[in-house]
Write a protein that binds this ligand. Structure first.
Ligand code: ADP
Ligand code: MG
Length: 355
């Protein structure tokens, strides 16, 4: 285990193990977050996201590994910098603004040791940043959920933390508000050049917010990368199934960059070092199989979902295998109808066949 402090990454998590008694909750995870970037811990409920975030904040001791910020050791098995000395900000799902304090006093809570003038400038700047100028003398109960969450963010940002930690901060908000607020908050963080880590189980939220997503399951990080790479180039079967919709098709390698499957023979890149005849499973996403009236390759519709801008169909291939298929929302076909399909796999994501 290398204990060399990193030079370029602002936050570095190295081989961290966390356990409660004999039960290991985090199994040796590593990732790094560059200065000013927004990272996300994404995974199903109970996979250990909050536990890892609490360790970063300083509330969980490490069984193994180290946590660094700007090369400075924050936590190891021997040493732990207490949470209040880490200069991190935190935002939680449970917004918990102080109900008896005004919005001004809420935001100024962590900077009361600043001069009155500095406090005022900072609070007014942050209110402007979160789009709530003029709200300073109001009380939390008079604000909507989204407005309260913006104030909670301003309060966490007020002391200019070195890192902002957010645990499911949007899950109490309705979908429409969340869709508006998440990209807005991303812009605010970018503008402030504030590094942040978001914990969420919602992949669309992760995609909208993060520069870098770490997909977790069962206390391990399966993959860290851009939203694009975890969707299109999943490293593990778990990532492939957890992110987006998809199916695995039994396939046999038939030469360089070529597999034979229920879709026939498919060529595509990102496929190396496989031997002819090797049995693999091919990942196919809805956007890999498109409805095409002119195609002779047919599928029978077994289910359909109208998604506004498109239809998502479930179709049975001639082999009997059922897959997803995308169609523009003008192509309204019925369950039981046969439709033409065309395959658009420019890269092949393959995993060793599970028996
Ligand atoms: P997530 O945030 O991904 O939903 P958590 O980090 O909250 O997951 O929890 C991960 C696992 O650790 C869960 O199985 C949970 O039951 C367990 N856990 C969390 N806190 C404690 C604790 N204080 N004592 C024992 N087990 C805990
Ligand atoms: Mg959690």
């Amino acid at each position: 285990m290398s204990a060399l402090p990193p030079t370029t990454s602002e936050l570095s998590i190295e081989n961290v193990v966390i356990a409660y008694g004999d039960v290991q909750i985090i199994n040796g995870v590593s990732f790094a977050l560059k200065e000013g970037q927004i990272g996300c811990l994404l995974g199903p409920s109970g996979c250990g996201k909050s536990t890892l975030l609490r360790a970063i904040a300083g509330f969980e001791p490490l069984r193994e590994g180290e946590i660094y910020i700007n090369g400075e050791l924050l936590a190891s098995t021997e040493r732990t910098v207490p949470p209040e000395e880490r200069q991190f900000g935190m935002v939680f799902q449970d917004i918990a603004l102080f109900p008896h304090l005004t919005i001004f006093e809420n935001i100024a809570f962590g900077i009361k040791h600043w001069s009155k003038q500095e406090q005022r400038e900072r609070v007014l700047y942050l209110l402007d940043l979160v789009g709530l100028s003029g709200f300073e003398s109001r009380y939390p109960h008079s604000l909507s959920g989204g407005q309260q969450q913006r104030i909670a963010l301003a309060r966490a940002m007020a002391p200019k933390p070195r890192l902002l930690l957010m645990d499911e901060p949007f899950s109490g908000l309705d979908t429409k508000l969340r869709e508006e607020l998440v990209p807005e908050i991303r812009q605010i963080l970018l503008q402030e050049k504030m590094s942040a880590i978001l914990v969420t189980h919602d992949q669309l939220e992760a995609f909208a917010m993060a520069d870098q997503v770490s997909v977790m399951n069962g206390g391990s990080i399966h993959q860290t990368g851009s939203a694009y790479s975890i969707y299109h180039k999943p490293d593990t079967r778990f990532v492939a199934s957890f992110i987006g919709h998809g199916d695995f098709l039994a396939s046999v390698v038939c030469g360089d960059n070529c597999v034979h499957s229920d879709l026939g023979e498919i060529k595509g890149n990102a496929f190396h070092g496989r031997t002819d005849g090797e049995k693999m499973d091919l990942l196919v996403r809805p956007d890999d199989i498109l409805h095409d009236d002119d195609s002779d390759f047919k599928g029978l519709i077994v289910n359909k979902w109208f998604r506004g801008s498109h239809f998502l169909y479930r179709v049975r291939l001639p082999s009997g295998k059922v897959v997803y298929c995308f169609a523009s929302s003008h192509h309204d076909h019925s369950v039981g109808q046969e439709i033409g399909l065309s395959v658009h796999l420019d890269h092949l994501v393959l995993f060793p066949r599970e028996t």
